[in-house]
Design a protein. Structure first.
Length: 368
């Protein structure tokens, strides 16, 4: 197994006594694309700047390709790190043409012209090589910035909110294009964003930050289906928590009935737990005895997202096929269609007081 390209060990960054990033550990494998995701002020941009060499490290270290590039008291200069950067505002040189912008970092390279042309073709801008930045659209400027950052063949590429200046549809299209370009080149990269859809579209691994700490570093699939903390569960995707009682390691009694899953929890039987239910966990079922009242709806095209209220007053969300057109106030039959169970100790419960292992008291149950 290959060694990680990038490793952050016990990283602490900040200003004087105030730590913006605390005890951060993560790694990125060669060729992978990672993403730092979280709300404003969570520490993701500070982490990116520390990797780039723009922020000092208070504790811990950053290692790139086997070389320590930052630790307390030492910061290798940004230009010596072999790290490329795509800035939020692209930072293109207005007086240089597209081709000259891309070639800027490799001007002394013997094959600068050939490399520039290859990159322009890769980002589909070969026909615009002689234009200037002000003559390009936002999406085209973003691709020029990407090509310029790739030209020196960096070991790692950093992208700071690269799509934030673009409208929604263009952002979605370009996020897929950027992933394809990076994978074609085999370039490792780390992206910073607060947009989940963007993070999932581009990245192999995503790190969810909260208050300067990394809550979970995992694949998009695992973040959605196997969140390790209540914050990750509520921050990623949509969903509601409902209160339940643990009947056995893999079953919970709730107001929706008994929910069974493919996990086994090690908490005490009878513990109060909060169960996560995603919109795709609740499906319509006219024959079900379980009823809910529709209190809101959002038409999504192929499906409709309904906000449902249970007889107890608890609310959930569910996705129905769009041809089933219900109205607010209608009563509908529903059932649970989840083969997994995501639960956390309810605040104040016995289970919440236990010192849980790194697996947060969860283990997978074999389906064999």
């Amino acid at each position: 197994m290959s060694q990680p390209l990038l490793q952050l060990r016990g990283l602490n960054c900040g200003y004087h006594a105030h730590k913006v990033v605390q005890d951060l550990d993560l790694h990125l494998n060669p060729g992978d694309i990672g993403c730092l995701l979280g709300p404003s002020g969570c520490g993701k941009t500070t982490t990116l700047r520390a990797i780039a060499g723009f922020e000092p490290v208070l504790e811990g270290e950053i290692e790139l390709d086997g070389q320590v590039i930052s630790r307390a008291g030492f910061t290798l200069a940004p230009e010596k790190r072999q790290i490329g950067m795509v800035f939020q505002d692209y930072a293109l040189f207005p007086h240089l043409s597209v081709a000259e912008n891309v070639a800027f970092g490799i001007r002394k390279h013997a094959n600068a012209e050939r490399i520039t042309q290859e990159l322009l073709e890769l980002v589909k801008l070969g026909h615009l090589a002689k234009r200037y930045p002000h003559e390009l659209s936002g999406g085209q400027q973003q691709r020029v910035a990407l090509a310029r950052a790739l030209a020196p063949e960096p070991k790692l590429l950093l992208l700071d909110e690269p799509f934030s200046n673009l409208d929604g549809e263009l952002r979605r299209r370009l996020s897929h294009e950027v992933r394809e370009i990076l994978k074609t080149r085999g370039t490792s990269a780390i992206l910073v964003t607060h947009d989940q859809e963007e993070a999932f579209a581009v990245s192999d691994h995503v790190g969810v930050f909260k208050d300067g700490r990394l809550e979970q570093w995992d694949t998009p699939f695992n973040l959605y289906h196997e969140p390790l903390t209540p914050f990750v569960a509520s921050f990623i995707g949509q969903g509601y928590f409902i209160r339940g009682q643990l009947l056995s390691p893999e079953t919970v009694q709730t107001e929706l009935g008994v929910i069974r899953g493919n996990r086994a929890y090690t908490w005490a039987q009878g513990s109060a737990v909060d169960v996560l239910l995603r919109p795709d966990d609740i499906v319509p079922d006219e024959s079900s005895e379980l009823k809910a009242r529709i209190v809101g709806k959002t038409f999504l095209g192929a499906a409709t997202l309904y906000r449902l209220q249970l007889p107890t007053g608890s609310q959930l969300e569910s996705i129905f096929p769009s041809h089933a057109d219900h109205q607010p106030g209608d009563e509908v039959g529903i059932r649970i269609a989840a083969d997994h169970l995501v639960a956390f100790p309810a605040l104040g419960s016995v289970a919440a007081q236990l010192q849980l292992s790194e697996s947060a008291g969860v283990r997978r149950v074999s389906s064999n």
